[in-house]
Structures are given as C-alpha cells and as structure tokens.
Design a protein. Structure first.
Lengths: 359, 375
C-alpha cells in the first residue's frame, strides 16, 4: 500500500487517541468496573468534565489539597469483594490497607481514615465483628486512626453482605515530587514483590473454578516500603503506584501515556509465584493484569535504583523485590516486554475483564 | 514451572530460529497462516515474530470462534436472553462480542439473567437447580468445544431434563480453510494446523490441503517452541519440495483423532447446509446444528428465532486481509466504521485480531520492534 495512505490512517488514529474520551454507553455494565479502558472512559468522559477542578485533574491515587505551606493528601475507595473472608485476609483488612496504600504511594504519611459500612440485612454479627476487628487491627498495624464513620443497612439481596468505603487523609512530603511528568528515560521500574497474589487468591477462594491451590492475598500496608524508598532514593524517587485492579499492566500503561515515554519490561525479572503462574495458565489470564493489594511499583532514577532495591528487600513484604523494567525514549506511550522466550510483546491496556469481580 | 518452562526455553528457540533462517531462500518471501486463534495468542504473548527472519511472515487466520460469529447470531442469542423465563448461560469471552445493537454484557445490565459458565455441564447444573426456569446454553467453538456440548446434551437426554436447551453455534474448521484456498488471489505458502481441534478430528481432514491445493500443513501445539518447530517443519517441506500433512503435536494429537468424541458429536449434531461467518460471508457445511433426535433440546426450535441476517457492511474487507491481499489500514472501514469498541469484522473483535492489533499498535504490530539493548 502507499506509504502516504498508511501514514494518514496512523495520524488519524493518533489524533483520535489524544482526544478526550466521550462516555456514550446507555447503561453501566460490568466492564465499567473492571479498571480497564471502559473504566477510563467513564472517569474521563463523565466524572472529570463534571467535577472539573485542578486538584482532581491529575487523576492520581490521592488528591493534593494546598493547606498553608503544606499539602493535605486525600483518597477514597470502596471495597466490594466476594467472599468477605479469603485466604490471607478479609474485606475489613483490605478496606484499611487499600486507602492507606493510596496515600502512601502518593508520598503522604497517612493520618486518619473514615469508614462507611453498608451492611446487608441478615449478615451475622459474628461476620460483622470479624470485619470490624480486622479493620481495627489493620489500622493499628498501619498506624492510622479510624476517626469517623457511618453505618447503613440495606434489604436482603441488595449487597453482598458488606460493602465498605474508606476515605483517608495524610500529610504530603514536601521533599517529594511524584508524578508521571517527573519520570525520565533511563529511570528504573521497581516492583516490591510477587505479582497477582491477591487476584488469584480471590478467584480460587470463590470455588467456581474447582481449583485447589494455596494462594494467599498479599494485603498489607505499604507505608514501611515507601519509607525505605524515600530514605534511600530521596529526590530520585519519581513515581509510585500500587497496582491493584488492572494489575501492573494497567499502571504501566497509564505511566507510558501520561509521561509520553515508552516502558520496557523484562519478563524473566517479573516475580511471580509458581502457584499463581499455574492458576493463571489454567484460566487463560495473564498475571500482569491480576490485582495486587500489597505491592508497590516505583520509578527511580538509575543511579539510585540498586540502593532502592536493597532497601526494599530489607523491609518485611519487600523481600522479593525486583527491578522489572525501565523507561525509554521510544516507543512513546507504549509498554513493551522482552519475553523470556526471546521476543518482544506489546502490553496493552485491558479492554474489560471477562472474569468475575475480584476487588 | 514444570511442563511449561521446557516449552519456552530461549536457547532452544534461538537454535530453531537459526535453522529457519538458514532455510529461507534469499529473495523469497514466505507467508504462513496459523489457522487457530490460540496460536495467534501464543505468537503475540511470546513475541515469536521477533525470532523469525524478515522473509517469514505469519498471517493470522479465521480460527477465533467468537470473532467469526456474525452479528445476526449474536442478536438471536440476545433475543433469547431477554426472555423473562430464560437463564442464559455462556462462556466469558462471548460476553463482549458485538451484535447489531450491543453485546450480552449490555443486555445483562438491562436486566437479562445472563450467567457466565466455565463448562456446558455448569449450565446443565443450573437447569437442575432451577426447574421453574428455562436454561439456555450458548454453544460456541470449533470441534474443540463441540464434544463437551455433545456429552452435556447426552446427559440431559438421559436425565430427561426438560428445561435445558442449547443455542448451537458450533463451527467446523475445514470449510473456511477450503474457502480461503479456493480464492484465486490467495497469497499463502503453508499452514499451521490447529492443535486443539485436531485432538478431536485428528490430522486426516487436512490431507486435501497438500493433495488438492499443494499447500503443506503442520498440526502444532500451543507453547512457543511448538510453533517454532512447526514453522521449521514447514520450511523444511518447502525447501525439500515435499508437500504433506505432518503432526508436530504428537503428545496430544492422534492421526485418527478422538474416536469417542467424534462418535458423541455424530450422534448429537448434523451439518448445517450453510452458515454465515463474520467478514467471510456464507460458507457451505461449515457449522453444526442439533440432530433430529435432539430437537427437543434445540433452542432455535423452542424459541423460533427469526434467523434475521444482519448484513455485514459491504465495505468490510476481512476476507481480503485474511487472504493476505490487503493490510488492515487498506480496508475501507478500518478505524472509522470498524473500531475495537464497535467492531464490524472478525479481525477487529479480539485484541489479537490483525486489525485490532494494528489499531492499537500501528505499524509496530507488523514490524519487528527495535527497543535497544536488553539490559
């Protein structure tokens, strides 16, 4: 075909890609909750233009509110998970750690959380007590207080037992400048441990798949890992995220898009447990898109990367940390992986998730 | 991981790659089609393209069963799913396949009782557990999944389960390949035969490819080394002037196939006179329906689906892209009327379809990617 025509088609696609997305769906379906392209359209096509303000606009894990000379970090998240209790954790622990982690990866020290509970009629007091105690223990462990809250009860059939929304506030670290815009070619991408443990644990715990395997959720507060990184990498720490829904593949696509650089991964450096790898092979899913609840992705200046890696490995929950990739000039706005087999592969953003809701 | 890592060994891959390169004649271009969508997935996932010389090009074939379902069949499934008495069951990957007015995921959001299952036996269990509802299983797939539908129907008949029916969309692999081979402008040199399908039908059904059309075929497994070895076997045939069917996937595929599975299929199914394929049009005897003795379980009879044909837009040129005549951006509707969000043709439905890959990654979906040093 003529080079000219192909070029025109490519340019048109690129223009479309850079246009703000329109939200055109007639109804919300499950793909809008899966964390992939449909979720992005919902947020950027409907919510962002309606709420239009400079604090929301960066769409980071936590908003940074100017307060005198300092910044207050604020983040919120809702937790809907079935079953409520799963190997390695439960919804209460997840609800505290998840919001603590959104603050922590924004470079903030978490101070306090609110907790809003939506309880389904008929939930046993035993089950509710278990979750309340799990929240209390997780808050003590993460050194935050649950400072305010709310409870609502809905009729049987209107909720999966219990939904929890937590909102957290923290104090931002004035020394840090964390954003995709701070990232530079050559920076290294660090991952604090094995991928996909939480998502795989939930899938197996549901029992629909009749798989028997010992996989524990990795839910944990990331504050100690973040502290270790700050202390060693300092201003060389450019960007942090916790790869929850949508996994590492989604976070790195957002990084590539927002930084306008390329991201390159090395498959043989990705830490993945054998049992998670095996479960994913059987189910035909890719661990790179599976949710984590206690893992940190950090972009660090190259000269600080080895020290940062050692620091992560010295903290509980970071023993299996690896440098999994780096930022490159090219190919811009794309994520590529050198496969173990010796080829390269594009890592796209997930369109939607055909699997049941996992977090 | 055991039984997986052995088939993903990079040192062996480099050795096979060197042998393939040595067999490629200077100045000659080789186009090899992998018929099966599972192979396409392996090629993308492991980056096999980068291990082949520039002269050897892989063309992705028509073997993704959800991608080739025409809009009309999706619409008919949706019309059944919308009936209030029906629990509609299907595999997860069917949920996003677009009909003319949306997909099953959207219909579920509108209130239809649609449930994802991992096996047709799960659908039968739902029927047992809900005797006051009608349970319909949306059966899709090539000969790979047809035996499990057949066994489920045999069990339903034995147990006399009356509230269970199957909306049968099983298709067969040989007719679309023959249709491709029949086209005068075909530009393919050889075929990688589907592995899973062949565990059921064996290798014999492909003998027409060398015999009638002079194209070699190697039935391949799904690990990346399986594919590399199959490409090498095809290159050797082309180099030595041989033209035959060979079986690379001997650890799973018998030459005669799985006779028990074939027997179950022949009891439960019969060939449709013709069936429409998304982007490829009508192909004679290319799909299965329930046989007369299973008519009671046929959702098409119980719900008298209208059989409305939703025309593929005339501009859709999936057939030309499949035959290797056109590149995706040369299609008239590429990127305008046909996008990954609203696909018209089969090749835009799956993220691994040639058109969807081009849409997402542009020229890089064809070319080798140069991303500098490994470390």
């Amino acid at each position: 075909m003529s080079e000219g025509r192909e070029q025109r088609v490519l340019e048109e696609l690129e223009r479309n890609r850079r246009r703000p997305p329109k939200f055109t769906a007639q109804r919300i379906d499950m793909s809008h909750g899966a964390g992939g392209k449909a979720t992005h359209k919902l947020i950027e096509g409907l919510l962002l233009p309606a709420f239009d303000n400079p604090v929301l606009a960066p769409l980071s894990d936590a908003a940074m509110l100017p307060f005198g000379d300092a910044h207050i970090a604020m983040s919120t998240d809702s937790y809907v998970v079935r079953p409520l209790v799963f190997p390695g954790g439960s919804i209460g622990e997840l609800a505290v750690n998840g919001t603590v982690n959104d603050l922590a990866v924004s470079g903030a020290t978490p101070l306090a959380l609110s907790a809003a509970l939506i309880v389904e009629e008929g939930l046993t007091t035993e089950a509710l007590t278990h979750e309340i105690e799990a929240m209390a223990a997780a808050a003590r462990n993460a050194v935050v207080s649950i400072a305010t809250g709310d409870t609502k009860v809905v009729e049987r059939g209107k909720a999966d037992g219990l939904y929890i929304t937590t909102t957290g506030v923290g104090v931002a670290d004035p020394e840090l400048n964390l954003s995709a815009a701070a990232v530079r070619p050559g920076d290294k991408i660090l991952c604090s441990g094995t991928l996909g443990d939480h998502g795989a644990a939930i899938l197996i715990a549901r029992g629909d798949l009749e798989l028997e395997a010992e996989v524990l959720s990795d839910t944990r507060p990331l504050t100690p890992l973040v502290r270790a990184l700050k202390e060693t990498a300092g201003s060389g720490l450019r960007f942090m995220r916790d790869p929850t829904r949508g996994g590492v593949g989604t976070v790195l696509n957002e990084l590539a898009r927002d930084s306008e650089y390329g991201v390159v991964l090395w498959e043989d450096r990705l830490p993945i447990r054998d049992v998670v790898h095996g479960a994913c092979e059987i189910l035909g899913i890719d661990p790179i898109y599976v949710a984590n609840e206690g893992k940190l992705l950090a972009v660090v200046a190259p000269e600080m990367a080895d020290a940062a890696l050692e620091a992560l490995r010295g903290v509980e929950g970071g023993e299996e940390a690896e440098i999994i990739g780096e930022v490159r000039e090219e190919p811009e706005r794309m994520v590529l992986m050198h496969t173990r087999f010796g080829g390269t592969r594009m890592i796209d953003m997930l369109v939607g998730d055909p699997l049941p809701r996992i977090c | 991981m055991k039984y997986v890592d052995e088939f993903r060994n990079a040192d062996l891959a480099r050795a096979v790659s060197a042998e393939i390169s040595a067999l490629a004649e200077p100045g000659r271009h080789y186009k090899i089609m992998e018929v099966c969508g599972g192979h396409t997935h392996t090629i993308y996932r492991h980056g096999i393209k980068d291990l082949l010389p520039d002269q050897v090009e892989l063309v992705h074939g028509p073997g993704c069963p959800v991608c080739v379902l025409p809009m009309g069949r999706v619409d008919e499934g949706i019309s059944i799913a919308e009936r209030p008495e029906v629990i509609f069951t299907c595999f997860g990957d069917m949920m996003r396949v677009p009909g003319s007015r949306g997909n099953l995921l959207e219909v579920k959001a509108e209130g239809a009782d649609i449930r994802m299952v991992y096996s047709p036996l799960d659908a039968l269990r739902i029927a047992r557990e809900n005797p006051d509802r009608e349970v319909v299983f949306y059966a899709i797939g090539f000969e790979t999944t047809a035996p499990s539908t057949a066994l489920t129907l045999q069990r339903a008949k034995k147990e006399d389960i009356e509230n269970f029916t199957v909306f049968c969309n099983h298709v067969t692999i040989v007719p679309p390949v023959r249709a491709l081979l029949d086209s005068p402008d075909l530009r393919l040199d050889a075929f990688i035969g589907p592995g899973h399908v062949s565990t059921v039908i064996g290798c014999r059904p492909y003998e027409f490819m060398p015999a009638d059309y002079g194209k070699p075929c190697v039935v391949a497994g799904f690990e990346p080394l399986d594919l590399m070895q199959s490409i090498l076997m095809l290159m050797r045939q082309l180099d030595e002037g041989r033209c035959e069917v060979e079986n690379q996937y001997g650890r799973a595929v018998l030459w005669e196939g799985n006779l028990q599975a074939l027997k179950a299929m022949s009891e439960v199914f019969e060939l449709r006179p013709y069936f429409e394929w998304r982007g490829l049009g009508f192909i004679a005897q290319s799909a299965l329906k329930l046989s007369a003795s299973y008519a009671d379980f046929d959702a098409e009879l119980r719900y008298s689906t209208p059989g409305v044909r939703v025309a593929d837009p005339k501009a859709c040129q999936c057939g030309e892209v499949l035959k290797g005549v056109l590149k995706p951006p040369e299609c008239k509707v590429f990127g305008t009327a046909c996008t990954p969000e609203r696909p018209l043709g089969a090749l835009m439905v799956s993220s691994e379809g040639a058109c969807a890959a081009y849409y997402n990654f542009g020229r890089k979906s064809f070319e080798k990617v140069e991303i500098g040093s490994r470390r």
